[in-house]
Design a protein around this ligand. Structure first.
Ligand SMILES: [Zn+2]
Ligand SMILES: [Zn+2]
Length: 219
């Protein structure tokens, strides 16, 4: 969506050691994803912190172009894992296990999913900043019923996709604080988790109901 006059939003990890901001976050998409990978990732982070999934096992993210993400403090706290050799890059902080972002392996795909929890940890009213939920992804693997049904989801995805193409053709995908200029590899080593650990996390994601989650999203 076009956020008009919005210029900068703060984000941080829960303990505050890591800080960043989203500058002029236009063409952003407010998404909840119920996929098993996002659920597995949340279980992975429980090594550090309580489980952060909504009551249906969802993870809320703000999808936007990486050029809007500016790191400010505590970048040395960033860690990056992947659930498989082909999986997306999942960024979190070592200090307190806060999910920060998910990025694709293809650098030219100018896309980053920012954890909405990192915006809320900095006091941002996500609903006020980005409006109603626009996309519900992978609803088949949600737990329970009564999922939100945003209107015009396909239209929002189409508009976002057009923005990605523009970033690619203009070369602005290179403005990505999470990649090293030149090599376009992540700024920290990527740890691909062991297959057995992935299976354990997947079992948790599939079988553990999230009814006691402390995260309740407002649509
Ligand atoms: Zn922290
Ligand atoms: Zn997902």
């Amino acid at each position: 969506m076009d956020l008009g006059s919005a210029t900068s939003l703060s984000m941080q990890c829960t303990c505050g050691a890591f800080k960043a901001r989203l500058e002029r976050p236009r063409n952003a998409l407010r998404v909840v994803c119920y996929c098993r990978d996002c659920q597995s990732y949340s279980h992975y982070l429980t090594t550090y912190a309580p489980l952060k999934l909504d009551q249906h096992g969802g993870t809320e993210v703000i999808a936007l172009a990486p050029e809007h993400l500016k790191l400010e403090q505590g970048a040395e706290q960033l860690r990056c894992i992947s659930l498989s050799a082909q999986g997306t890059y999942r960024w979190y902080t070592h200090c307190c296990g806060s999910a920060i972002a998910v990025t694709p392996r293809q650098a030219r795909l100018a896309h980053v999913s920012i954890a909405a929890s990192a915006l809320r940890d900095a006091g941002v009213d996500v609903e006020a900043a980005f409006g109603p939920l626009q996309v519900v992804a992978n609803r088949a693997s949600a737990h329970g019923n009564a999922l939100p049904r945003p209107t015009k989801q396909s239209l929002f995805i189409l508009l976002y996709g057009m923005g990605l193409l523009l970033q690619r053709s203009t070369g602005r995908w290179r403005e990505n604080a999470l990649l090293q200029p030149g090599t376009w590899q992540p700024i920290v080593p990527v740890h691909v988790i062991e297959r057995t650990q992935r299976q354990r996390l997947l079992a948790l994601a599939e079988h553990r109901p999230h009814t006691r989650s402390r995260i309740v999203l407002r649509w």
